[in-house]
Design a protein. Structure first.
Ligand code: PLP
Length: 406
């Protein structure tokens, strides 16, 4: 990763230490920036790591329990259970609902593969469905079209930090006697009609992968729920079904959140409202700047503008995504200007080798397939300066105004 930003000290200098001559390229804009770029935060977190190491208690215990209490309070729900990853959170949530072989689970194909993998991991089958062309998210209409006798659960994904229109999905699920698990791995802290994501379905699943809105120093995850029986089942499953020591009540697994990660996450949770506010502000600034992105050059749109602008929306901008048929040219154009970009995700789940066995070939889920070829994620992260955001926006605008694409 290219390291830039305040941690680097002084701005760019020439070999003799003097100021950079005029006309020199400015520092690159990275795709994201991790904790080491903030020296104060880095010291604080290293202190937490030291404290855990000195106590020598690495599994469960005080840091995990405190984090769980604080994360449940933050999500405005009763229980949070720390687990080893977002994928494990989804799998344990499914197991808590006793979903397994013979069952189908509706999953939007426009997601990270983990949403489907968790379904496969418990022996059930993902029923991959397409997303709405405007919000790029799953809708109740699609769910209704895909209800089938074996379908026992739906996993709406709050993708990119945008919130799914949940109420009609929950209503439909209740009528049909099926469960809703929210995949909130990209939307920590977002609100849907005033409620925190993860507090609305039977269970909510979060990932603390380092680049997520709340990121650990490695892997981690959590499950949120307001149903005490589900909370208890997940607690048993994540640690060998054990309660008390060496009394194994159910066949579980090792999927605990590490005490080290919990200690890091507690500190970062205290800053999450602030860092999400920064993401929202940067997201709004980029949207405003790019609203006028029409010129002689390639067509370019904000990718899930409908989800950001919906009445129920509260986009926390895990990612800022645009779409253009000239995606590769856009990425090359940005790269030449020192601006990083990424694609989330270039291959829809049903077209990966891993899910070829489902037999859904090309043109089966056309919206997601088209998106996969056109989307481009631009840099957005807490600590991004207004000047950096402006440079990103200007580079994109230049691209759309260029009469000829090279
Ligand atoms: C990151 C992510 C996951 C998986 O989380 P891990 O912690 O990487 O296992 C699941 N779903 C979505 C939408 C994600 O973005």
């Amino acid at each position: 990763m290219v390291r830039v930003g305040p941690a680097g000290g002084a701005g760019p200098t020439s070999a003799d230490g003097g100021p950079e001559p005029a006309g020199e390229d400015p520092a690159p804009v990275p795709f994201t920036r991790l904790d080491f770029a903030d020296p104060e935060l880095l010291e604080e977190l290293l202190g937490e790591v030291r404290a855990v190491a000195e106590r020598g208690a690495f599994t469960l215990g005080e840091p995990v329990e405190s984090f769980e209490r604080e994360f449940a309070a933050y999500c405005e729900t009763d229980h949070a259970i720390g687990v080893s990853s977002g994928t494990e959170a989804l799998a344990l949530a499914l197991r808590a609902l006793e979903i397994g072989p013979g069952d189908e689970v509706i999953v939007p194909v426009n997601s990270f593969i983990a949403t489907a993998e968790a379904v496969s991991a418990v022996g059930a089958t993902p029923r991959l469905v397409d997303v709405d062309p405007d919000s790029h998210l799953i809708t109740a209409e699609t769910v209704a079209e895909n209800l089938a006798p074996n379908v026992r659960c739906i996993i709406p994904v709050h993708l990119f930090g945008a919130t799914v229109e949940l109420d009609p999905i929950i209503e439909l699920a209740q009528e049909s006697g099926i469960h809703v698990i929210e995949d909130a791995c990209q939307a920590h802290g977002a609100r849907y009609r005033g409620r925190r994501v993860g507090s609305i379905g039977a269970l909510g699943c979060f990932s603390f992968y380092p680049t997520k809105n709340l990121g650990a120093w490695g892997d981690g995850g959590a499950i949120t729920t307001s149903v005490p029986e589900l909370a208890e089942r997940v607690q048993l499953l994540r640690a060998h079904g054990e309660r008390p020591r060496y009394h194994h009540r159910v066949v579980g697994t090792t999927a605990r959140l590490d005490a080290l990660q919990a200690a890091v996450l507690r500190r970062k949770l205290a800053r999450l409202e602030e860092s999400n506010a920064e993401r929202r502000r940067l997201g709004a600034a980029l949207r405003n700047s790019l609203a006028s992105a029409t010129g002689a050059g390639p067509r370019l749109e904000l990718a899930n503008a409908a989800a950001a602008e919906a009445e129920h929306a509260d986009h926390v901008y895990h990612l800022f995504v645009v779409r253009t048929p000239a995606r590769e040219e856009l990425r090359a154009h940005l790269s030449e200007r020192g601006i990083a970009s990424a694609v989330h995700y270039p291959i829809p789940i049903h077209l990966t080798d891993a899910y070829a066995h489902l037999g859904l070939g090309p043109v089966s889920l056309p919206v997601s397939e088209r998106l996969a070829g056109e989307i481009c994620s631009l840099p957005i992260f807490p600590g991004m300066s207004d000047a950096e955001a402006q440079r990103v926006a200007q580079a994109v605008l230049d691209f759309t105004q260029a009469a000829q694409v090279v």
